[in-house]
Design a protein around this ligand. Structure first.
Ligand code: FES
Length: 134
C-alpha cells in the first residue's frame, strides 16, 4: 500500500471514530462470523469447536479491541455450522462474502491487520475447491 493510501485509511478510521462517538450503536463495516459448532468426537464431519474456534473467536475480539477497531471496523460474532466443516475453523466475513478456513489463533494478528488495511489474508481464503467439500 502506498503512503497516501495509509493516510486515507487513518483519516477514514478517524471519521468512523467520531461517528461512533456520536452514534455509539453505529453499524460496523464488517462482521466476522466464527463457527463455534461442536459435534461429538466420533462424528466423522468433525467440528470447528473441536479445532479451537472458541479460542479464535476470543483472540479476534481481544485484538480488534486492542487496536480500537471493535466499535467501528468489525464485530466478531459466534455462529453455528457454516457448512465448511472440512476446512474449519471457519470464519465468514460479511459483507465481503468470503470464508477464511483452517484458521488458528496464530492467524488472528494477520486477519486483524488485514481488516485494518481494508484487505484480506489470501492464504486463508477458501477457494472453489474448498467450498465444494462442505
Ligand atoms: S462445524 Fe464449523 S463449519 Fe461446520
Amino acid at each position: 500500500m502506498t503512503r497516501s493510501g495509509r493516510g486515507r485509511s487513518s483519516f477514514r478510521l478517524t471519521i468512523r471514530s467520531v461517528l461512533a462517538t456520536l452514534w455509539p450503536m453505529a453499524q460496523r463495516r464488517r462482521y466476522l462470523f466464527v463457527c463455534t459448532n461442536l459435534r461429538p468426537d466420533d462424528n466423522p464431519k468433525g467440528s470447528c469447536a473441536a479445532k479451537g474456534s472458541e479460542a479464535v473467536h476470543k483472540a479476534l475480539k481481544e485484538q480488534l479491541f486492542q487496536r480500537g477497531l471493535a466499535k467501528v471496523e468489525a464485530r466478531v460474532c459466534t455462529a453455528s455450522c457454516l457448512d465448511q466443516c472440512a476446512t474449519g475453523v471457519s470464519v465468514l466475513v460479511e459483507p465481503d462474502h468470503f470464508f477464511y478456513g483452517r484458521v488458528t489463533v496464530d492467524d488472528v494478528p494477520a486477519i486483524v491487520e488485514a481488516l485494518q488495511m481494508g484487505g484480506r489474508v489470501e492464504r486463508l481464503v477458501l477457494g472453489p475447491e474448498d467450498l465444494g467439500r462442505g
